[in-house]
Structure formats: C-alpha cells, structure tokens
Design a protein around this ligand. Sequence first.
Ligand code: GLY
Length: 343
Amino acid sequence: MANRIDRRKFLQLSVLSTPLLVSKKSIANGIHLPNIPIVISTWDSGMEVNAAAWKILSTNGRALDAIEAGARQIENTINCCVGLGGNPDRDGIVTLDACIMDEQSNCGAVAGLEQIKHPISVARKVMENTPHVLLVGNGAQQFALENGFSKEPAQLSETAENAYREWLKKSEYKPQINVEKNKGNGPFAPNFFPDGSPNHDTMGLLAMDQKGNLSGGVTTSGMAFKLHGRVGDSAGIGAGLFVDNEVGAATSSGVGEEVIRICGTHLVVEFMRQGLSPEKACKKAVERIVNRDPEKAKTLQVGFLAMNKKGEYGAYAIQKGFVFSVKTKEENQIHESKFIFSA
Ligand code: GLY
C-alpha cells in the first residue's frame, strides 16, 4: 500500500514538473524547445496567421480559438491559395476545404464548399453542432447558411485569375504545387506563378496553449485547376491534420493525393508516439511517399509540419522550398524545412 501511494505521488510530481521542463528554452541538434504557448503554420504567410492566433494564446486563451482566429486571418485576405480569392478548379469554380481538431479528438471538416468566406468556422460548427465530422458540397453550404454564414461570390485574386487564364490555354491536368522554382525545362512544376507570386496551396496551423492543450486547423482552396468535386488532404482528419493531445499534432501541404495515400499526418503523430522528434517523424512520413514511387516523387511536393507535447517542432518536405512560421514568446520567424530532393 505504502509503495502504491509513493508511486502515485511520484507520478503526480512527474506531471507537475513537466511545465518546468517545457519552460526551459534550449536548442540542441536542431531541436527547439520553446516556451508554451506556441503556434506554428505552413509557409511564410503563416507569420500573419500566427500573429492572429497569438492574440488569443498570449492572453491565456484556448488553442482551438487561436487556430480558428489564425485560419480566419488568411481566409480574410485575397490570395491565391486559401479562401474565396483562391485558385479555382478547372471549371473556374472556387471550392474550399477545411478541417479543425481539438485536444479531445473532437473534429469537423468541410469539403468542396462554395461561396462561404470562412470554411474553418463552418468546420468548427460541424464539430460542435453536429454528430458528424465531414460535410461536403451543397450540404456543407446549406449547413453554413442555416448556421448564420452568408453567401458571397468568390473573388479570384489577380494571381489566381491570371494563372487560370494561362492554364486554360493548354488545360493540362498536371499538379503544380509549391516545388522549388523551376530553373528551366526540368521536371519540376514552378513554385511561382508567372507574375512571381508563390504557388503555395494550403494553410495548416498547430497550436499549444498555456495549459498544454493542442489543436490544429487547415484551410485551402486546394490544388489549382483540380477536377470539379476533387477533395484533397486538407479536409481529411488523419491526412491533412491530426491532433493527439497525449503525443502531438501534424499538418501537411502539397499534393493531397499523396498525403491521403499514407494517412500522412496520422502517420507523423504515430512516429512521434514511438519517440521520434517532430522533424524525424515528418522525414519518415516523407520517405514513405518517396519510397513508394521515387520517380514520381521527384515531380511533386509534399511537406509535413509537426509539434510534440514538449513544444518541440519540425518539418520535412520532398522538395526544397517548403517553409514554415513559428511564434512563441521568444521567437517569431520563418524556418526552411529540410528536404529530400533539391532539384
Ligand atoms: N494540399 C492541398 C490539396 O491537395 O488540395
């Protein structure tokens, strides 16, 4: 009996001491151990997303609220890759995918949503107000309208409009997604549109709040010039986003089909559960894609971004060019992801 009490006391002390360990900042072997709270996002546009999320995290708010606020920030901007200004499908229609997941494995998602400005908030309503996880197309729009969202027309960003016009000339279905800038006639699709704007595809963000709770969200207009009705990884729990509050969280960007094939973010979290760092976990998931078809992998991009319960974070991509943004009390910057191929 005495032993049992001692053990319980020991376990309580271990749990209590965790925040002390987390609050120590150290950087060793490329692994960062920043203070919590923390928010990390895909791409350099994540800097503004993180700033919006930080307003909530820094005032002791909940990670889930920070995720929604961060995603809404980019949905409010006219840009090529997220929200109503995003890249259209091959029929010229903007269709949006989003998902959200909290520390209790509650999750919600929408796919193929048209004419609604904030898919992330609709996804949250699916999570909180329905027994379902995913609503698609007209049903998702009907649900949004019934829940106080209003319809507004898509307004293509100039970049998306020009790229679509250019694409229509050949109408080739060829994923062109955030790989390194084409240096000529090589096998890689351009990382930049003709006007120099980045061809990024997805905003994925992960946050841990002051209480140590994790949440994540993803929002996107999806792969440029996709078939109408195509849904990528960004609406898929376990594909574009996974959160396990005991272990960590992961999100992805890039060719959604490749992420879906390996249940990418679930895989990353499972690798972290086995003890791998976020960066190594992301690398193993990327290798899973590359090893399946190395020649094909050379022509496409996927990047994973992950965070564990200690606030350590990391990323890995198939190609050079994937970047991510980090915000903590001590850090506010963009990092380059490591990668397999450098073109
Ligand atoms: N990663 C976004 C998509 O494939 O739609």
